[in-house]
Design a protein around this ligand. Structure first.
Ligand SMILES: Nc1ncnc2c1ncn2[C@@H]1O[C@H](COP(=O)(O)OP(=O)(O)OP(=O)(O)O)[C@@H](O)[C@H]1O
Ligand SMILES: CC(=O)N[C@H]1[C@@H]2OC[C@@H](O2)[C@@H](O)[C@@H]1O[C@H](C)C(=O)O
Length: 362
C-alpha cells in the first residue's frame, strides 16, 4: 500500500490504434486530481506498427509473442526515460486480444520487466481480475472520467467519448461521491472508431490514417451499408459490453472507392456512437471527446449531427485529449496502490466493485 496519498504517477498507454506510446504524469491520490504534469509521445516506427498489427489475436503463450512483448517493453522503457520525479508507473501494455466471453484478455508487455528497467514500482495487468470475475475487463478509463467530472466541478451529468482505434462512451452522474456508487457511471465500447479507417488507408494508400478526414470528406457514405451494419446485435445489446480491435468492417467496404469507403466507415463509427446514446439514462448536455478521432473533423461533424448533446473536444474544458488515457492509467495505478476499486457493475459489468492490477517492484 502507498504510504503517502498524493502521488506523482506516470501513466503509459499504447492503444488499439497502434500509433505509439502515450505517457503522461498526474498528481493524484486516486480520487482527486491535484494537477497535470509533463507528457510525451513515442510513435511506433512503420516496422514496429507492422509487427504489432501482425501480432493481433495472439494470446499470452502463443508462439511469436515474445519478440512483440520485447518490442513493447523497449518502446515503453524509452519513453519512461524522458521523465524524472516519478513515484509510481501505471503500465497498460498493448492489447493484442480481448475475449470477455471466454474470460480472457491479453495486454502484452511485462510490468515486472519495466519495474526492473526503471527502478520504480509499476502497476500493470489492469484488466485480468475484472475479466476473471465475469466483467468485460474494459473500459477502465471511466473511473478517471468520474474524477475528471469532479475536477471540472460538473453539477449535471456529462459524457466522455474516446475516439481511439475503438470508441468508448462514459456517462457520468457527478452527484455521487464515489465512482463505484450505483448510478454514478455507465460505460461501454460504442464500436470500432478509427481502426477500420486506419486499416483501409494502410492497405490502399500505404499511409497510417486519413489525416484530418480529408478523403472521407470528399466521399459519399453508403447509407444502406451503414444501416445494415448498425442493425447488428452489438449496438442494441444493453451495456456493459466491450470489443476487440478485430472487425470485418474493412472487408464490407472493399467494393467502394477509397473516399466513399472512408466516408462509409466514418458514418459507421459515428452511427455507433449515436446507437450508444440509446443506452444512456438520458442524453447529457455535453459530450466531451478525447482520443485521436477528435482531430478528424469529418468524424466529429457526423457525430455532432447524430447526437442531441453539445459535442466538444476536451480541450474546450481545458483537458488534453491526446493524453487523457495515459493520465487514466496513472490515476488507476494510484488507486491500485491504495487498494481502491478500478471497475464496477456500471463500467465493466463485474458483479461488484473490484480492484484490478498487480504491482511489481524493482
Ligand atoms: N489528424 C488526424 N486526423 C485523423 N485521424 C487522426 C488524426 N490524428 C489521430 N488520428 C486518429 O486517431 C487514432 C489514434 O488515437 P488514440 O491515440 O486516441 O488511439 P488509441 O489510444 O491508440 O486507441 P484506443 O483508445 O482504442 O486504445 C489513430 O487511429 C488516427 O487515425
Ligand atoms: C481491451 C482493450 O484494450 N480495450 C481498449 C480499447 O480501446 C478503447 C476501448 O477499446 C476501451 O475499451 C479500452 O481502452 C480504454 C483505455 C479503457 O479501458 O477505458
Amino acid at each position: 500500500m502507498l504510504k503517502q496519498q498524493v502521488t506523482r504517477a506516470l501513466g503509459l498507454m499504447s492503444g488499439t490504434s497502434l500509433d505509439g506510446v502515450d505517457a503522461a504524469m498526474l498528481d493524484t491520490d486516486g480520487e482527486t486530481i491535484i494537477g497535470f504534469g509533463p507528457h510525451a509521445f513515442r510513435p511506433y516506427t512503420p516496422e514496429e506498427r507492422a509487427a504489432l498489427f501482425a501480432a493481433q489475436g495472439l494470446w499470452q503463450n502463443d508462439p511469436g509473442v515474445e519478440p512483440v512483448a520485447e518490442l513493447i517493453e523497449t518502446a515503453h522503457a524509452a519513453v519512461m526515460a524522458r521523465f524524472s520525479g516519478v513515484e509510481l508507473v501505471g503500465f497498460h501494455g498493448q492489447t493484442l486480444a480481448h475475449d470477455p466471453a471466454g474470460r480472457r484478455t491479453h495486454q502484452a508487455g511485462s510490468g515486472a520487466v519495466l519495474a526492473m528497467v526503471a527502478g520504480l514500482p509499476v502497476v500493470w495487468d489492469f484488466r485480468s481480475s475484472d475479466i476473471q470475475l465475469g466483467g468485460q475487463g474494459a473500459p477502465l478509463a471511466p473511473f478517471y472520467h468520474f474524477a475528471l467530472a469532479k475536477y471540472l466541478k460538473a453539477k449535471e451529468p456529462l459524457a466522455f467519448l474516446n475516439l481511439g482505434g475503438v470508441g468508448n462512451l462514459t456517462y457520468v452522474n457527478p452527484s455521487h461521491d464515489r465512482p463505484e456508487s450505483s448510478g454514478a457511471l455507465l460505460a461501454f465500447d460504442t464500436g470500432p472508431a478509427n481502426a477500420p479507417m486506419d486499416d483501409l488507408c494502410q492497405m490502399r494508400l500505404g499511409q497510417p490514417r486519413d489525416t484530418g478526414g480529408i478523403l472521407a470528406a470528399k466521399g459519399t457514405a453508403d447509407d444502406a451499408l451503414v444501416a445494415g451494419y448498425l442493425a447488428e446485435s452489438y449496438f442494441r445489446r444493453v451495456p456493459p459490453k466491450s470489443l476487440d480491435r478485430a472487425t470485418n468492417l474493412v472487408d464490407r467496404v472493399a467494393h467502394l472507392d477509397t473516399s466513399d469507403a472512408l466516408a462509409t466507415l466514418a458514418a459507421c463509427a459515428a452511427g455507433a456512437v449515436a446507437a450508444g446514446f440509446e443506452h444512456l439514462p438520458e442524453p447529457p448536455a455535453r459530450l466531451l471527446v478525447c482520443g485521436g478521432g477528435r482531430h478528424n473533423p469529418e468524424l466529429m461533424r457526423r457525430i455532432a449531427g447524430l447526437v442531441p448533446s453539445d459535442v466538444l473536444p476536451v480541450e474546450d474544458v481545458g483537458l488534453n485529449g491526446d493524453m487523457l488515457e495515459a493520465q487514466a492509467f496513472a490515476h488507476l495505478a494510484v488507486r491500485v496502490a491504495r487498494g481502491l476499486p478500478t471497475s464496477c457493475p456500471g463500467t465493466t459489468g463485474v458483479a461488484a466493485a473490484v480492484g484490478g492490477g498487480q504491482i511489481s517492484h524493482p
